[in-house]
Design a protein around this ligand. Structure first.
Ligand code: FAD
Length: 319
């Protein structure tokens, strides 16, 4: 059986690895140049920035086991940074969970998970079509390929776009799932606040700042990443990037209490899940169509892993 997976983020790669290990033939299509999806690192003249997920926590037993194996293989490490909450009342220490990062950047985990898999990067799937007992996948270079089964592992609104007019899952997802945007600010600062990273819960447009060098394996001592609040990003989704960059830079100066020089801003159209589906995956046994993604269960890397694992198990038990 040959399965196509759309999306090489944590969910898609987790599903691909499980199916590949079970002996199925798997092809992963990824529209981006990199692997890992929102586990993402931008590199440039000013060094590197984890401008998507900053870290991940590990709570479910299956994910604890998996993260321990990745750690043993050197793909991830625990980030010992000092994290705080900045609230209207002042500064509080953040909850003490272990926080994992991949090394040397968050995108390294995608590359690690994809080792040995057939991943076709730079291939956007534009359309999908059930054809009798197969699925036909239409790529943006005009070519088509056929598969025995199909898994979508992409953000909910993008899954809705592909499924519209094809399957009733489109309506189920559209009615029940809501994802919000995020603006990431990549910046440099010599400020030395009394924290390595902060969750911000006051009237700032920012929700998070992190000093990159405090994470294992990073060396760019001036580099910081800040994330906007989701509601702020939704309100300012189509504002000029210059204005967004200037506004978030000013907000970050307040947070770190020192001068900040912006390097770039990045808009994540679908960053975090505000309302999850509430089940680990969707699967149509007759059509061999599976749907996965963090948004099935929540808004974290762990949720994407559990969803990818669930959809693979469902495919295997129905094969
Ligand atoms: C700014 C930000 C901060 C975050 N912070 C944290 C955090 O601190 N901790 C945490 O646990 N989580 C965090 N997250 C969430 C975390 O990144 C996600 O939960 C997780 O990475 C989602 O994985 P996924 O596989 O479900 O989706 P994605 O990572 O989005 O992967 C989907 C992939 O599908 C590809 N794709 C989409 N459409 C197509 C198509 N038509 N054809 C081909 N490819 C396609 C995309 O390019 C992408 O690579 C954060 C996310 C963002 C954006």
């Amino acid at each position: 059986m040959h399965i196509a997976i759309i999306g090489a983020g944590m969910a898609g790669l987790t599903a691909a690895r499980a199916l590949d290990e079970a002996g199925l033939q798997v092809t992963v299509f990824e529209k981006g140049r990199g692997l890992g999806g929102r586990l993402s690192t931008r590199r440039g003249e000013t060094g590197q920035f984890d401008h998507g997920a900053a870290f991940f926590t590990v709570r479910h037993p299956a994910f604890i086991t998996e993260a321990a194996a990745w750690r043993e293989e050197g793909a991830v490490e625990v980030w010992p940074g000092k994290l705080v909450h900045l609230t209207q009342q002042g500064v509080e220490d953040a909850y003490p969970d272990d926080r994992y990062v991949s090394v040397p950047g968050m995108s390294a985990l995608g590359r690690f998970l994809a080792e040995g898999l057939n991943c076709q990067r730079g291939h956007r799937v534009q359309q999908i079509e059930p054809t009798g007992s197969n699925w036909r996948v239409f790529l943006d270079d005009g070519s088509t390929q056929s598969f025995d089964g199909l898994i979508l592992a992409i953000p909910a609104p993008q899954a809705v776009a592909l499924l519209s007019g094809v399957h009733h899952f489109a309506a189920d997802i559209e009615q029940n799932v809501h994802m919000t945007a995020c603006w990431s600010l990549l910046a440099q600062s010599e400020a030395k606040p009394a924290f390595d990273a902060a969750f911000i819960d006051n009237d700032s447009p920012l929700a998070w700042v992190a000093h990159e060098v405090s994470k294992p394996g990073r060396h760019d001592s001036l580099n910081w990443v800040a994330h906007s609040r989701g509601d702020w990003a939704e309100q300012h989704l189509h504002h000029a990037t210059d204005w967004v960059q200037a506004t978030l830079t000013a907000a970050m100066q307040q947070v770190v209490q020192g001068p900040v020089e912006a390097v770039a801003v990045h808009r994540w159209r679908y960053a975090r899940t505000a309302r999850a589906l509430g089940q680990a995956c969707l699967f149509d046994r007759a059509l061999r169509l599976g749907i996965a993604g963090d948004w099935c269960l929540g808004d974290r890397v762990e949720h994407a892993f559990l969803s990818g694992q669930a959809v693979a198990q469902t495919v295997l038990t129905s094969a």
